[in-house]
Design a binder for this molecule. Structure first.
Ligand code: F3S
Length: 638
């Protein structure tokens, strides 16, 4: 039996362990990326490790999330990251340069490399034949310090693509179809690998749209082969030398397989409030639209925005619709300014935003109360857009543009001829937004403004913990629920005490008060606890509020790793029914914690209900050692 492409790349970079699903392995990390929202913590952690130089081939610190400077806080964070990047030998990408994943594809992505990023949509790089994994900030800091990463080997799920997309149907519809089939939990424990003749009909940025939203499947990452289309993209970016041809063996062995017929797909939308609530767009669901937002790391490529410009050309946006557009990179914005497409967008009545994450992270452009907002983004969790009662639909750029003209969620298939975009022979490449580290870095200082507070440290695990349940949640709780992110909170990403006032704010409004009253406690969760963004703060803030363990039916991968890194026990009910026997404020006792961690199973006494239940700790031996030490930083220092 032959090998999948994913396993080929992992085996080429294997440092320790056996490449077998479920085993923990150590792999070489070639590249890392951070964005500013998670980056401040990463560089504080790097500082705490006391290293001199990074060990990766290439590391980039992007500023794309918190670019609005309504006060000194974000600017302080940018300066901190910029000075830390210079000190450690990291490339710095200034605010306004673009969204980390789009820029990384354009400037640095390399087929066959392993990329670790402190952002959950790092798998965008899989569109270029990379193993690109989103991880917690501390994992990325350690990867820079040591040049390696520990990973539980995922299984590989093959998506075979047949046929060719019809006009007006796009890559976004492909991933929405996969989400409809597999759901937001369907990729957990898998790398999703795309093969089949349909792959050849997808451009590199189409592929990146698909691997980007593999994060919404819960997958470790997603990957496409590296072929002549990859070469063509790299050549146009003046990086032909970075190309390597890569593909799975013809008889590759996969753990699971689904087939998608591209020619059967129609334009689709993910309905509120989950990326897998996917339906075809029909006359029956013709909904009046208030806002359309185009951009994000999912759909802000040159081709995406040129299609939008072609659709809007010479027309006027519906007077009841507010259309906002954020380009993926400064290069794209400049090329569209030069070729006139930017003028078409402006004449049609679009608001042009900075090349940054913008509305995707709730940094401005929150829609009005009870609004219907169509977005080309990757997430539509309740409240993420900044307006709690707004309904967000995820759609392709084509659907977004046509709907902005019509004022209704519109299937564009009856809208005349679909735009066809020719790529420029050579992309223009501007380097002026990048700051490369100086050769001589001796004596460089890191500047920390008053917004930057130290991150919380844990103590070694206590052998006996008696605490109350200070919160019980339902299924599919997101990291946005645990630590909300909006324009008011984002400037405090390096200020954990301030953020703690809003912990779990989408679920209860007094979590901090509960924690203070009971001196910390336990959180009970349902299935898929911690899905969504890679936000390390969703573990660091609970750590600050003395959460000792989260006992859930199941966990999302990155959040579970972040809890471990923070020294918070991620326990899974042995019998899911036991979830029903616990109420908020029940008192639970965890005895013999040290032996229980080693054995991987806890017997927990519910003193209030006078009942006992078991919870499993499904982690590697290395992760057990981290939990015993009270977190990765304590462990790494030892
Ligand atoms: Fe930014 Fe949204 Fe992507 S916050 S990195 S554009 S998911």
């Amino acid at each position: 039996m032959g090998m999948s492409l994913a396993y080929k790349i992992l085996s080429k970079n294997l440092i320790n362990g056996e490449l077998k699903a479920g085993n923990e392995i150590e792999v070489k990390v070639n590249q890392t990326l951070t964005q500013d929202s998670t980056g401040t913590m990463v560089y504080l952690q790097l500082e705490a490790m006391g290293i001199k130089d990074i060990k990766t081939d290439l590391s980039v610190a992007y500023i794309d999330h918190n670019t609005l400077q309504a006060g000194f806080e974000n600017a302080d964070d940018h300066t901190f990251i910029k000075t830390a990047a210079a000190k450690y030998g990291i490339i710095f990408s200034k605010p306004g340069n673009g969204i980390c994943h789009q820029l990384h594809l354009e400037r640095f992505g390399k087929p066959g490399n392993i990329l670790l990023g402190s952002d959950s949509h790092t798998p965008t790089g899989g569109g270029m034949g990379m193993i690109a994994i989103g991880a917690g900030g501390l994992d990325v800091a350690v990867a820079m310090a040591k040049g390696s990463y520990f990973l539980t080997v995922p299984k590989v799920l093959n998506v075979e693509l047949k046929g060719k997309l019809k006009p007006w149907v796009s890559a976004k519809d492909v991933i929405l179809k996969v989400l409809q089939e597999l759901t937001v939990k369907g990729g957990v424990g898998y790398i999703v690998e795309y093969t089949g003749e349909g792959v050849k009909s997808l451009s590199l940025t189409d592929r990146a749209t698909i691997t980007n939203m593999g994060a919404e499947l819960g997958a470790t990452t997603s990957i496409f082969p590296s072929d002549e289309i990859t070469y063509d993209f790299l050549k146009r970016q003046k990086r032909a030398n970075d190309y390597t041809e890569l593909a799975a063996d013809i008889d590759a062995n996969y753990d699971k397989k689904i087939v998608i017929n591209l020619d059967e797909l129609k334009p689709m939308a993910a309905f509120p409030h989950s990326p897998d609530a996917v339906k075809e767009i029909t006359e029956e669901n013709k909904i009046k639209v208030d806002q359309v937002a185009i951009g994000s790391c999912t759909n802000s490529s040159y081709t995406d925005l040129m299609k939008v410009a072609a659709i809007l050309k010479g027309k006027r946006i519906n007077p009841d619709v507010d259309l906002v557009i954020s380009p993926g990179s400064s290069n794209i914005l400049k090329m569209m300014a030069d070729n006139g497409a930017l003028g078409e967008l402006i004449s049609a009545g679009a608001r042009i935003l900075e090349a940054a994450c913008g509305p995707c992270i709730g940094m401005g452009q929150a829609p009005k109360s009870n609004a219907i907002s169509l977005r080309t983004f990757n997430r539509n969790f309740k409240g993420r857009c900044g307006t709690k009662n707004a309904d967000v639909y995820l759609v392709s750029p084509e659907v977004a543009a046509v709907s902005a003209l019509e004022g209704y969620l519109t299937n564009p298939m009856n809208y005349g001829e679909a735009p066809k975009i020719e790529l420029p022979k050579e992309f223009q490449v501007y380097e002026n937004y990048f700051i490369y580290p100086p050769k001589n870095r001796e004596g460089l200082e890191v500047i920390m403004g008053p917004n930057i507070k130290p991150f919380p440290l844990n103590n070694a695990l206590e052998n006996s913990i008696t605490k109350n349940v200070i919160l019980k949640t339902g299924d599919n709780i997101t990291t946005d629920d645990i630590m909300p992110s909006n324009a008011k909170l984002l400037p405090f990403r390096s200020n954990i005490p301030k953020l703690s006032e809003s912990c779990f704010a989408t679920i209860v409004d007094d979590f901090k008060a509960r924690s203070e009253k009971y001196n910390g406690g336990f959180v009970i969760g349902g299935d898929n606890y911690g899905q969504g963004s890679s936000r390390e703060h969703a573990a660091l803030v609970p750590l600050y509020l003395k959460v000792k363990a989260v006992i859930a039916k199941s966990f999302a991968r990155i959040h579970k790793a972040n809890l471990i890194n923070s020294g918070i026990l991620p326990l899974v009910f042995e019998n899911k029914e036991d979830y029903n026997n616990i109420d908020e404020f029940d008192e639970l006792v965890l005895n013999n914690c040290i032996d229980s961690v080693k054995a991987g199973i806890f017997t927990i006494v519910n003193k209030t209900k006078n009942k006992e239940f078991k919870a499993i700790l499904e982690v590697s031996d290395r992760e057990k050692a981290i939990l015993l030490e009270g977190g990765y930083l304590n462990y790494a220092k030892k």
